[in-house]
Design a protein around this ligand. Sequence first.
Ligand code: IVH
Length: 711
Amino acid sequence: MIDRPTPGYKGGTVAQSIPNSKQRVTPESQQRIIELRKLLQNASYAYYSLANPVMEDAIYDRLYRELQELETQYPELITSDSPTQRVGDTPATGFETATHNIPLYSLENAFDQDELQAWDERWQRHAEIPIPEPVQYVCELKIDGSALALTYENGVLTRGVTRGDGVAGEDITQNVRTIRSIPLRLNVDNPPARLEIRGEAFLPVAVFDRINNERQANNEALFANPRNAAAGTLRQLDSRIVAERQLDFFAYTVHLPDGFEPSKTQWDALELLQSYGFHVNPNRKLCNSLADITAYFNQWDTARLDLPYLTDGVVVKLNNLALQSHLGFTQKFPRWAIALKYPAEEAPTVVEDIKVNVGRTGAVTPLAEFQPIPLAGTTVARATLHNRDRVAELDIRVGDTVIVRKAGEIIPEVVRVLPELRPPGTIAFSMPTCCPECDSTLVQPEDEVVIRCIDASCPAIIKGSLVHWASRGAMDIDGLGEKWVEQFVDRGLITTVADLYQLTQEQLLDIDRMGKKSAQNLVEAIAQSKQQPWHRILYGLGIRHVGSVNAKLITKTFPSVDALVNASFDQIEAVYGIGPEIAQSIHQWVRIASNQTLLQQLQAAGLELKSDLPDPLQADVSGESLSDANLALAGKVFVLTGTLPTLGRSEAKEKIEALGGKVTGSVSSKTDYVIVGEKAGSKFKKAQSLGILCLSEAEFLKLLQTANAVE
Ligand code: IVH
């Protein structure tokens, strides 16, 4: 949503034509749509790229909703660069390989001043021409993320590709569109027919922390560092998940076509990128000497730890673009740039203890405690050892000297053990066979590396579940953290999340260090949480594999707990984005008697285990049926041809019929749509010759979604 307005703006290319425009377009509404897009683009640019908000969130939301409503009313006016079109409705089934228009080179590294000087002498020798004086260098922070190549045609974003091997990458346009600091339309009059932008997509550290906390809570594998998390996110098939992850992007290169007046310097190019509407790193510096570069490098050595994103060095580029193109590239690197790298943040320390922690899902995680050491700006005293396999691989023992690294400066990890410093008499560590919290026998489920306590009455599991229930993304119970939960459980006040709603102020006053005010606030915050929506409740229950995104997807299709409890495995798995593992986990969970009792208790306590907005498709699940004539696809005739990537024939047919449409076997002038899959043959050709609208599965799913919204 960051596009700034363009004078003479008339809207981008029409994204797709969708039926059911219920009203004729009026010039006023057309005008208003253009106006709203401009206002929203302006506000987003100020917010995401300039970090200088100019509009209240509430106003933004109101205008956004107004635009959405108008676009629902007049779907033919939806354009691909509208702020409402950032997130796709349906997951992709895979990514296509895309050849780069211009290859993406990597950078040569320099690890000290001598190497920097050697580079400076090398390019001067190679130039073999009088070097224009004074030599200027641009220093930029080297952002630790994932490089992206973006193509804009006539000012509109048309392609976003990962670096890949530099020659070809993956076309992840759908995901790139969700990054708010990437304009969907450039803020420039008369843009060239085509231009290419390079830059780095990254995850802000705070977002990385949040994601990993959520993943830990859901017992999912943690991302090692923000760079991996950014790369993993960009390759997510579901762009809705990408949008939630809040990636950001710094632009640093622009390739303009020949004849288009280019900037003469890198410094100007960065300013040009900023004026186009991109987020350009403000911490850049124009330097006149190697001494200036060193000063900049040293300045950021410590200051970078306070930045909201990670940098692993400084990129030094010759400012003069004519000189850059004269120097060109070696096989791998540009001759006109170098990356001056900061050393990795690693330090040795001595292991004092190896403990095991039991999480809310019963997962038993080993962790090493060691003599505290300063690392990347904080003091580190413990690190996760992940699982039994990792412990065995490291052969880590109490007394060992180990190298600890703050991966991505965030999560400390033990990189390696130094066996040459191992004192005599150390004992190999082995994982316990009984739960350190409740003493029940631990199990290792098949196909898992994790060892688990499976005793539902284990206090560690109960405490973890309560903390998760109260957490921000779930029931958001202010003030209910580990400290209180620990005492409530240890004193036998509560054993399930439902018990929380029976707690009284008097009971709380008995707890150590709990004042009258805190007790009152806590009881109120617990009562307040009864208002939380159904999807948060479902997430809060901590069912394995059900993260906050999945919970939203599930509750959209199953708007009440009864619908979910009565749903078959197939019906749960049929929800977009829900795979068999998640479906099985939910299906099993709701069948356990104690869980059903818990759900009843929560309802009795006044929680609403249902949402207000029934989904039209839900009619299918609950057995109710809507009147056909009013349905969004009433009277529309579809033909299916070829193999669809995810939907079976009968599934697609069911979906069409659920919305009142009809599926026929042959294409004629009466056909409204042909859904085209792989190896489509004569029907596709005939549809094209008759000018009938042909849709891919993704477009078809989008059509269904829109049809639902229209309903
Ligand atoms: S310029 C022709 N500038 O670092 C090479 N790269 O290790 C142009 N990177 O692949 C690259 N911040 O992904 C450039 N300010 C910056 C950068 C940057 C991060 C990444 C980029 C590149 C990698 C090389």
